[in-house]
Write a protein that binds this ligand. Structure first.
Ligand SMILES: [Zn+2]
Length: 209
């Protein structure tokens, strides 16, 4: 049986269990949507997803500055004291000849997470205001492809390994930047989780003339 002409194909979602095509729920405040044939969960409820993403992305963007520029770790090794920031770490790696690794860290741990927060901020603000729906298609596609490259959690793991490894050589203390970085990691994860790309696509589809 074909799809009625009044239903736009872009507003349909397929059941992952039985392949039934179902029209995506359209209201902003949704409840869980289940397949009418087999009962599988099709869409999770995303109560006030746009407002939450907007608030979380603004907070994430604010925390980016201290997380990058304040000391992550403060060191006292054999009487020498010093501190290490995210930006300093990248520059130090470049100076030491590990330019490819420094580019990778810069890209995955600073640039991509920053652009993702910027995109989430811009998208949620535009969706909230109902503005420029046709201009949101490319940023939304870019956001969906960039999320695979954000690796703040890997960087956090690196900091923890450095903390444990270097403890044998001297005193290491967490700096204010580390607390900001942990806050940023939590906010970045929550903002990605709270953003409902399916809802965004459906709003763009309905508002595009
Ligand atoms: Zn089904």
């Amino acid at each position: 049986m074909g799809i009625p002409l009044t239903i736009k194909p872009q507003t349909l979602i397929g059941c992952p269990n039985c392949d039934l095509l179902v029209q995506r729920p359209s209201s902003k405040k949704r409840h869980d949507a289940c397949c009418p044939r087999c009962g599988s969960l099709l869409v999770r409820s995303s109560l006030d997803s746009i407002n939450r993403t907007l608030a979380l992305s603004i907070s994430g963007l604010i925390l980016f500055i201290p997380a990058c520029f304040l000391p992550l770790l403060e060191l006292n090794i054999y009487g020498h004291t010093g501190s290490c920031t995210m930006i300093k770490g990248v520059l130090q790696m470049m100076k030491s000849g590990y330019w490819w690794m420094s580019c990778l860290v810069l890209f995955c741990s600073i640039l991509v997470p920053f652009f993702i927060q910027m995109l989430l901020f811009g998208l949620s603000l535009a969706l909230k205001l109902g503005a420029w729906p046709s201009l949101l298609v490319r940023p939304l596609k870019l956001y969906q492809s960039l999320t695979e490259w954000a690796m703040l959690d890997v960087y956090m793991l690196g900091i923890l390994i450095a903390l444990i490894k270097m403890e044998d050589y001297g005193d290491i203390f967490p700096g204010p930047g580390l607390y900001c970085f942990i806050g940023l990691l939590v906010l970045a994860t929550l903002s990605i989780l709270s953003f409902d790309a399916g809802l965004a696509w459906s709003l763009i589809e309905r508002r595009t003339p």
